[in-house]
Design a protein around this ligand. Structure first.
Ligand code: SF4
Length: 127
C-alpha cells in the first residue's frame, strides 16, 4: 500500500505553524519510514496548489494520501475540485489538523492518524 504525506502550512507565515519545525516534522517521519514519500506545499488551497494536486494525483497509484495542515473537514472541501477533476477517490484522502502544535505534537498526531486509518478504511472526514 502506497502512503504519501503532504504537509501544508498556510504559506509558512501563519502563526498556527510557528511553533513547529516543519522540516523536522517531515524528516522524523522520513527517518521512521512512516510514509513512502513526503512533500511540502505552502498553500494547497491556492490556484497553483490546485494545479499541484491535479498533477500529483492524475493517474497516480496512491492508496492513501495524508494531508497534515488545517481542519480535515476544511481540507475535504478545499480539495474537492482537484480530486474530482482527476478522478482521485475522496475516501483515499485522510486529513489531520496540526495547527498550533509544536514539532513533537505534530509528529505524534500524524503517526496516530496513520495507525488509526488502516488500508481500505475511510477516515470519516470527507464530509
Ligand atoms: S489547505 Fe489548509 S493548511 Fe493548506 S494553506 Fe489552505 S487553509 Fe492552510
Amino acid at each position: 500500500m502506497t502512503k504519501g504525506l503532504l504537509l501544508c502550512v498556510c504559506e509558512g507565515t501563519c502563526p498556527s505553524f510557528q511553533s513547529m519545525d516543519i522540516f523536522e516534522v517531515l524528516n522524523r517521519l522520513r527517518r521512521e519510514k512512516v510514509f513512502d514519500w513526503v512533500g511540502l506545499h505552502p498553500q494547497l488551497c491556492s490556484d497553483d496548489g490546485d494545479v499541484y494536486l491535479r498533477e500529483l494525483l492524475r493517474g497516480a497509484e496512491i492508496d492513501r494520501l495524508y494531508v497534515a495542515g488545517c481542519d480535515p473537514r476544511m481540507q475535504s472541501k478545499l480539495f474537492r475540485d482537484p480530486f474530482e477533476a482527476v478522478g482521485f477517490p475522496r475516501d483515499k484522502h485522510t486529513g489531520v489538523d496540526i495547527r498550533n502544535m509544536d514539532t513533537d505534537k505534530a509528529v505524534d498526531a500524524i503517526k496516530r492518524l496513520v495507525d488509526d486509518s488502516p488500508a481500505g478504511e475511510g477516515c470519516g472526514c470527507n464530509g
